[in-house]
Write a protein that binds this ligand. Structure first.
Ligand code: BGC
Length: 521
């Protein structure tokens, strides 16, 4: 069968087929799973800065904030109790993603999304109606479970549905929905903060039901991916689905490869025990380091605390929220850059360019703040000076939005062989959630102690992660997902971890001298 195979320069075959309307719409619906995550990232910061919310649930925090006469801008707003409220969700998501792994593998990706949507919906209702801290925290735990399930299943679903050469574009729909969720939440907070009766926060929290409703209902209409159908023994259905999503009858090649991948994966009874095997070391390393690095870019300092940060550098409340809306807009629009380039330029170029841009901005912002606030934390900024700070923060956000933001979800979802895909994605989600939690929890204290140096701190991490990508991440654009092993096998470092006999990528790739014949990085 090796005869008619087209091999592309990125190291994989190209299967026949086009982007069908069906697959496009399917991916749009599935990507809406990102809305719930985004909405939550954007909503908590604003709600926890509303006086009526603090008075009802965290009166001691409220009193402390009002009594605080300190002029040191770096150390205002520091309350561990309040940040626990924000970050409890990420711990719930972390744990949930492990359960989601079993659901995703056994019942298919769509039921994980459905489960995530429903749980988030209940959490939103509980939060909107909250009368005490218990209801509030319980609600947040349910929201977290919802996010854990959605983030586990949606990226994998998108990567499996998409034709290889458009996988980047379709997968990044998830990140686009995250950014839209964040922006909507920022806008909603901007409006509800102005509600006089003290119930604005209820509206903000309850409106989380809207994105939850979208993914819950949407998921019911989603078909299963061919990979998941084969994994669960529905070969005939999978064949039909593949024809439908690729818009051609010429699917034998791809189907055979999927079946081969599935046969191989059936030999693996315990994905968790397997993932630690030496041959999976490259994928496991990426599943841990990519989400870790994504959070160490420091992006969530901006996403969670933009209003606080802008207040710190001298904006009024209203101006602070407005600036958060501006960074939110930049975040959405810059994501399109990666949608249109990830499959052409490739993942590596975006990572390297985005990283350099973020680093430059972190140095500038840190220095601008150092010049005015020094270590005492006292300063008044002129309008122009403050505008410069916002400008560089926006350029930083743009750099993230076309590199680590989307690629932090795309790359892990496309590199695992089927037998460890669900488990691998759980590791990705849980590492991401854990470090989101750590940063949410530690940021205010870090700002207080490291002062402007906080920007240099995250900048230092960006240097490390960019070097890591340059050395260790092979290019994965356009490579069919079930053939990814060839990419690792031809990498200067990772090839050592994979023995020749461990490469089975269907019947159609020939191996000569132990090397994948046509694969390059
Ligand atoms: C990250 C989030 C972040 C968001 C910003 C996502 O990819 O996982 O932590 O808040 O991007 O757009």
């Amino acid at each position: 069968m090796a005869g008619g195979v087209v091999v592309n320069t990125a190291g994989g075959k190209e299967y026949p087929g086009k982007l069908t309307l069906f697959v496009f719409l399917t991916c749009v619906v599935a990507a809406t799973g990102g809305l719930i995550f985004g909405y939550d990232i954007g909503i908590s910061g604003g709600v926890t800065s509303m006086d009526s919310f603090l008075l009802k649930f965290f009166p001691s925090v409220y009193r402390k904030e009002k009594e605080d006469q300190s002029t040191n801008q770096y150390c205002k707003f520091d309350s561990q109790l309040l940040t626990t409220f924000t970050s409890s969700l990420y711990l719930a998501a972390l744990i949930a993603s492990f359960f989601a792994s079993a659901v995703t593998r056994t019942f298919g990706r769509k039921w994980s999304m459905f489960g995530g949507g429903i749980t988030f919906l209940v959490g939103a209702a509980l939060n909107g109606a909250a009368e005490n801290v218990l209801m509030l925290i319980l609600g947040r735990i349910l929201l977290g479970i919802g996010v854990g399930f959605a983030n586990q299943s949606v990226p994998v679903y998108l990567s499996e549905m998409a034709p290889a050469r458009l996988r980047g574009m379709l997968n990044i729909g998830f990140q686009l929905m995250i950014t839209i969720g964040i922006l909507c939440a920022n806008l909603i907070n901007y409006g509800t903060a102005k509600i006089k009766g003290g119930w604005g926060w209820r509206v903000s929290l309850a409106l989380a039901a809207v994105p939850a409703g979208i993914i819950t209902v949407g998921s019911l209409f989603l078909p299963d991916t061919p990979n998941s159908l084969i994994e669960r023994g529905y070969d005939a259905k999978a064949q039909k689905m593949l024809r439908r999503i690729r818009g051609t009858d010429d699917i034998a090649e791809e189907f055979n490869d999927l079946v081969a991948a599935s046969d191989e994966s059936k030999l693996v009874k315990h994905p968790w025990a397997n993932i630690i095997k030496r041959k999976y070391r490259p994928q496991l390393t990426m599943a841990i380091l990519i989400p870790l690095f994504q959070q160490l870019t420091g992006i969530n300092v901006i996403m969670f605390y933009a209003p606080v940060l802008f207040k710190t550098i001298g904006f009024g409340s209203d101006a602070s929220l407005m600036s958060a809306v501006i960074t939110g807009l930049v975040n959405v629009f810059a994501t399109f850059v990666s949608i249109f380039t990830a499959d052409k330029l490739g993942r590596r170029k975006l990572f390297l360019q985005g990283g350099s841009q973020m680093l430059a901005c972190q140095i500038v912002v840190g220095t601008l703040i150092a010049i005015k606030f020094g270590t005492s934390g006292e300063a008044v900024l002129s309008k122009t000076y403050a505008a410069f700070v916002v400008l560089f923060i926006c350029v930083y956000v743009a750099g993230f939005a076309w590199s680590w933001g989307p690629l932090g979800w795309l790359v892990p979802s496309e590199i695992f062989p089927l037998e460890i895909r669900s488990a691998g994605q759980s590791i990705n989600v849980s590492v991401n959630m854990f470090f989101t939690f750590v940063i949410a929890q530690a940021f205010l204290a870090m700002l207080c102690h490291m002062k402007f140096g906080l920007f240099y701190f995250f900048g230092g991490w960006v240097v490390i992660m960019t070097t890591f990508i340059a050395l260790f991440l092979p290019e994965t654009k356009n490579v069919p997902i079930e053939e990814m092993v060839l990419v690792w096998k031809s990498h200067w470092f990772w090839s050592k971890f994979i023995a020749d006999e461990e490469i089975h990528v269907g019947s159609s790739i020939e191996l000569g001298n132990g090397k994948p014949k046509d694969a390059t990085i």
